[in-house]
Ligand binder design. Structure first.
Ligand SMILES: CC/C=C\C=C\CC(=O)SCCNC(=O)CCNC(=O)[C@H](O)C(C)(C)COP(=O)(O)OP(=O)(O)OC[C@H]1O[C@@H](n2cnc3c(N)ncnc32)[C@H](O)[C@@H]1OP(=O)(O)O
Length: 719
């Protein structure tokens, strides 16, 4: 709803009231209409101010209303009514003016913002475009190139940048409402002709066609199949080429197309999923709302390889004091330089002083004695990690949380090395650790609720989306990755090439196909893990057992490449070739094609033509099937956890919501039917055998994703 008050005798103040972000629900829209009528009809009122309750102007349309039978006044006529009012209307922007909230402000004649406010049109990240005149008013106000950039990226701008761009008229450090009222008094009775943005012409750059062509190329490249960014460019083009009324028609038409799209549903699901993962729970009954984190002032990082350096930077940038330990003197010297460079680069980008003084370096593990939390980030070797956990347990002050950045080793085995296993949790970062938004917080059998809560809180403090998951080999992300990789290898054995598989996955929207990704992250990483668990044959096997492990089909292709020191980009050769070690541009490699032919001949495999659909089906459905197993095992509390992990950590396209959401979109019965088919063709591949939770869901009538937890019936259900 909206509240109306009169201040200073002649200013009508309309306050939007809809916590937590004053979203434009039906009740708020109705409130604005009613209060505007009142303000315009009271003869004593000479000007109007619109503001939001609790220091937030407006977070835009109420996303929870999308997909329901929307009632109440429509936003476009409401904004038009404000703009055409005969009395000046001033938006007093505190906190946020986003999406429909900024569009509402653009309908006002003036905008005053607090210096800490953020403004933006982020609809593109919800699969939409600004559909209440934003695509037509913003270019008229700030120019086509600037509007294109903001609308196609959804970027939030600071009040200072908004002032520079011309989005707001004034920025204040004082009480925004008081300033807006003063301003409203000063403009009462003045002509509003130049302040009705929709009546102004859209300023044309001389090379307008080139501007749109470049913008379209850029969004198509970045969008990887997403519809909204493309529609945003088309809508802004309408502002540049059509009169306002026709531009609005075009905006409405494009908005309608997006609003009902699967992509918009997926992105809106993903928006809420990212928030839902914060309401974590464990099968033991620990929960986000009953577990209190302990404050962490000083942390330590053990091991300053690539991951340890990134973690150090992430912690220091968030203001934590860090003791960075590396026992190898040469590595320590390099790490000091590397961490300092990263901190300086990050500080330059963010316009703040570098947090160099937050990091103390040491080559002695004893330096951790006084910290509140340690993150071990040494080489992925269980024996080495065990030894370190024994040392940490003896050296650290009582109560220090001991965390490991392992990407898949057993947390309980590490916890068992310590005197206080309840203090041990996994904190699995993704490379580069100071950049990637994802953190898997892995609880073991004995992890205390406080340890989980503390790791989750550190995650949010350093800007990560943290997901609490159970302990199993590979946790959630790497466990799901395994059957996906496995299918990709099998497809090569059967006749595909890395180029074909990658092309299909990239067309689906993955940031990178599986083989290009593997070359980037290094083939040797998985090889070492496979060796440690006894999957890699000590010498080249031939005959029927060469491609079988533990009674199931196994592809040694990755191992064979590693034996040739083809580790990917770092060695200049992997599934592709690169112009030099460390090169980035993947080129098809005739050597690899010959190698595959010889391999097939050696193992009596006959290459067949593999179509795109089969590549997609087998890679994605094997992955999704493992996702259902993870839910069944209670390793993830709900499908949102898996989806957020896969989007943020593994390049799954956001506009497809995540693998579990995608399964629901495709239809669970179709996923089941395809898995049954492929398992029949490949009975020696257990990962293709449909999991019983998937069967159970289909038998329950394939409920929507927000009802899956009722079928899973795990104790830590949150939905
Ligand atoms: C003809 C059609 C006309 C107009 C169409 C207009 C389209 C739009 O306006 S679409 C909406 C555009 N707005 C946004 O995209 C903003 C989305 N929100 C955010 O980015 C952030 O929430 C934030 C506003 C920057 C606040 O961030 P933070 O302080 O970190 O809090 P959160 O945890 O993110 O949010 C708190 C709480 O609020 C819920 N929420 C936020 N925005 C909305 C919204 N627009 N509608 C409904 N609910 C919203 C959010 O989900 C959180 O609640 P949970 O219960 O925890 O999920």
């Amino acid at each position: 709803m909206a509240l109306y008050t009169r201040v200073s005798g002649s200013v009508g103040v309309i306050t939007l009231q809809n916590p937590p972000v004053n979203a434009l629900s039906a009740a708020v829209r109705q409130g604005i209409v009613d209060m505007m009528d009142r303000a315009l009809s009271e003869p004593e009122v000479k000007s109007v101010v619109i503001c939001g309750q609790n220091g937030k102007f407006c977070g835009g349309a109420d996303i929870k209303e999308f997909g329901t039978n929307m009632s109440g006044p429509a936003l476009i006529p409401l904004i038009d009514r404000i703009e055409s009012a005969a009395k000046p209307v001033v938006a007093a922007i505190e906190g946020i003016a986003l999406g429909g909230g900024l569009e509402l402000a653009l309908g006002c004649h003036y905008r005053i913002a607090h210096s800490k406010a953020k403004l933006g049109l982020p609809e593109v990240s919800l699969g939409l475009l600004p559909g209440a005149g934003g695509t037509q008013r913003l270019p008229r106000l700030i120019s086509i190139p600037a509007a294109l950039e903001l609308i196609t990226t959804g970027r939030h701008v600071t009040a200072a940048e908004a002032l520079q761009l011309g989005i707001v008229d004034k920025v204040t450090d004082r009480n925004t409402l008081d300033e807006a009222v003063k301003f409203a008094l000063s403009v009462a009775g003045k002509s509003l002709d130049l302040h009705r943005i929709s009546t102004n012409p859209c300023p044309h750059p001389p090379d307008v066609d080139a501007v749109f062509e470049t913008a379209m190329q850029r969004v198509r490249q970045r969008a990887r199949g997403a519809l909204a960014p493309v529609a945003c460019v088309q809508a802004v083009r309408a502002a540049a080429t059509l009169p306002y009324a026709h531009g609005m028609e075009r905006e409405r038409e494009l908005f309608k197309g997006l609003f009902t799209s699967g992509q918009a549903r997926a992105l809106q699901y993903y928006f809420f999923a990212q928030r839902a993962v914060g309401r974590w729970s464990t099968p033991g009954g620990a929960r986000w709302d009953t577990s209190k984190p302990r404050p962490v002032r000083r942390a330590a990082v053990i091991g300053l390889g690539t991951m340890g350096r990134g973690i150090t930077v992430a912690l220091a940038q968030a203001g934590l004091s860090v003791v960075a330990v590396e026992t190898n003197e040469k590595q320590l010297t390099e790490a000091k330089q590397g961490v300092s460079d990263m901190l300086e680069r990050g500080a330059r980008r963010r316009g703040v002083p570098p947090a160099l003084d937050k990091v103390i370096y040491s080559h002695k593990i004893q330096a951790v004695a006084d910290v509140d939390l340690v993150i071990e980030a040494v080489f992925e070797d269980m024996e080495l990690k065990k030894a370190i956990f024994q040392q940490l347990s003896a050296l650290c002050k009582p109560g220090t949380f001991l965390c490991t950045n392992t990407s898949g080793l057993d947390i309980d085995e590490l916890a068992a090395q310590t005197q206080n296993p309840e203090l041990v949790v996994g904190m699995h970062f993704f490379a580069p650790a100071h950049v990637m938004k994802l953190l898997e917080v892995v609880y073991g059998q004995k992890s205390s609720p406080q340890a989980v809560a503390t790791a989750m809180q550190i995650g949010s403090k350093i800007g990560k989306v943290s997901v609490a998951v159970g302990n199993c080999r590979g946790f959630v992300g790497n466990r799901i990755l395994k059957p996906y990789l496995e299918q990709a290898f099998f497809l090569l054995e059967e006749g595909a090439t890395p180029e074909l598989v990658d092309k299909v996955l990239e067309e689906f929207g993955f940031a990178m196909g599986v083989f290009r990704m593997s070359d980037l992250s290094g083939l040797d990483v998985g090889w070492r893990v496979r060796k440690a668990i006894g999957l890699v044959a000590p010498e080249a096997l031939t005959g029927p057992y060469a491609r079988v492990r533990e009674g199931h089909r196994y592809s040694p292709l990755g191992d064979l490449l590693c034996e040739q020191v083809r580790f990917g980009q770092k060695t200049g050769r992997g599934w592709y070739q690169y112009d030099k070690p460390g090169g980035r541009v993947a080129k098809p490699d005739p050597w690899l094609h010959r190698f595959l032919e010889e391999y097939r001949a050696q193992h009596g495999l006959v290459a067949r033509r593999i179509d795109h659909q089969e590549v997609l089906d087998r890679c994605l459905y094997a992955l999704i099937n493992e996702g259902f197993r993870i839910l069944e095992d209670g390793i993830a509390a709900g499908p949102e956890d898996i989806d957020v992990i896969y989007v943020l950590g593994y390049g799954w396209p956001q506009h497809r919501g995540g693998p579990m959401f995608y399964a629901g979109m495709v239809g669970l019965n179709k996923v089941l039917e395809r898995l049954e088919h492929y398992h029949q063709v490949h009975p020696d591949v257990p990962n293709l055998q449909p999991c019983s939770l998937l069967r159970k869901l289909v038998a329950s009538g394939s409920p929507p994703i927000n009802k899956w937890r009722e079928v899973i019936k795990k104790p830590h259900s949150q939905l």
